[in-house]
Design a protein around this ligand. Sequence first.
Ligand SMILES: [Zn+2]
Ligand SMILES: [Zn+2]
Ligand SMILES: [Zn+2]
Length: 148
Amino acid sequence: MSRIDPETLLQNKGVRPTALRLLILETIARQSEPVALLDLEAKLGTVDRSTIFRTVTLFLAHHVLHGFEDGSGSLKYELCDNACSCSVEDMHTHFFCEACHRTFCMRTTHVPQVALPDGFVQHSVNYVVKGLCADCRRRAERRGEPVD
Ligand SMILES: [Zn+2]
Ligand SMILES: [Zn+2]
Ligand SMILES: [Zn+2]
């Protein structure tokens, strides 16, 4: 993630940087992988759940975060890059590990563009590869479990 300071980041995106918003933003920025709302609530133990939800909704509206479905059943959130408009053109693919349920960003692989028939409009796209991450694959191999 870019090292722009969180306060400037929020101001640039038109969000007033309150202490709580900064705390939530910094918590998300510290994660190496996209987070679900539940993960965020667990990491922000003392912060009221509805406040977290409202802040995430605000961040989504201002392209501070974007959300996507990774097939785990809950939406995952990640910080937008500087110029992200959260359009399909800005989206990269993700890898969901079926063993540890972590989601990894495949930032260098853009989601494929699908040629839609006349009159169709796309609003979102989820492109998720599922399988085992390197850690879980090694663990499975050590236990002699099948990895494919
Ligand atoms: Zn975005
Ligand atoms: Zn894994
Ligand atoms: Zn990602």
